[in-house]
Design a protein around this ligand. Structure first.
Ligand code: GRF
Length: 202
């Protein structure tokens, strides 16, 4: 049984593309069955359309409350029978109603080594702090901001002449590889969460 992935995006969608490409391999063990977004007109949705993957868009402003949006987002993922929901550059926090349904099987990727530099500007904040090593983190989404149990991390060295864009591009190379590798292992081997510790495989 191949796992059904629903990927949520807000922008360029290069992490999504990496997952789509990985799923083309028979042995990967998963398929991207739908792509959701919180806005129209983004490259991520175009990538899904090019790959023939169904898309849906749920904009917060189209709902009378954040809770209603959260419910609609969860229902859309459920309608595609998602085994795993992957936030890949999705710039919204999912809420309690979403987590009631997908808690423990919703992953996010962050461009810093959590718990350092959570939030919207992880790359800028790491650079501003002057760290010499940063990286990326794949974690299980919980109600906090970039606070859930860590599944996998990869380090990226900061170079003296890095600006935010250059560093982010290098992190994203590592991030795509880490996300593909981590999701693949999770769907093929299973996983368990013990407090803050995530173990892939038995
Ligand atoms: C990634 O670095 C992600 O961690 C961050 O935004 C970037 C999204 O890149 N939140 P893309 O849309 O997958 O190209």
């Amino acid at each position: 049984m191949r796992a059904r992935l629903v990927v949520l995006v807000s922008g360029e969608g290069t992490n999504l593309q990496a997952l789509i490409d990985a799923c083309a391999d028979e042995g990967y063990g998963a398929d991207v069955v739908a792509v959701g977004a919180d806005r129209e007109g983004i490259a991520g949705l175009a990538r899904a359309a090019r790959a023939g993957i169904p898309t849906f868009t749920r904009r917060v402003k189209d709902y009378s409350s954040r809770a209603d949006w959260d419910t609609a987002l969860a229902e859309s993922c459920a309608a595609h029978h998602a085994d795993l929901v992957i936030l890949a550059g999705f710039m919204k926090l999912v809420g309690p109603r979403f987590l009631d349904r997908f808690g423990g099987r919703c992953l996010n990727t962050h461009p810093a080594l959590l718990p350092s530099f959570p939030g919207m500007h992880g790359v800028r904040d790491a650079l501003g702090y002057g760290v010499k090593v940063t990286g990326c983190t794949v974690f299980i989404v919980d109600p906090g901001i970039d606070a859930g149990p860590v599944v996998a991390q990869r380090a990226v060295l900061v170079q003296d002449d890095d600006d935010e864009a250059a560093l982010h591009e290098r992190i994203k190379v590592a991030e795509r590889a880490l996300l593909v590798e981590t999701v693949g292992r999770m769907v093929r081997e299973g996983w368990s969460v013990h407090g803050r510790k995530v173990r892939i495989g038995n």
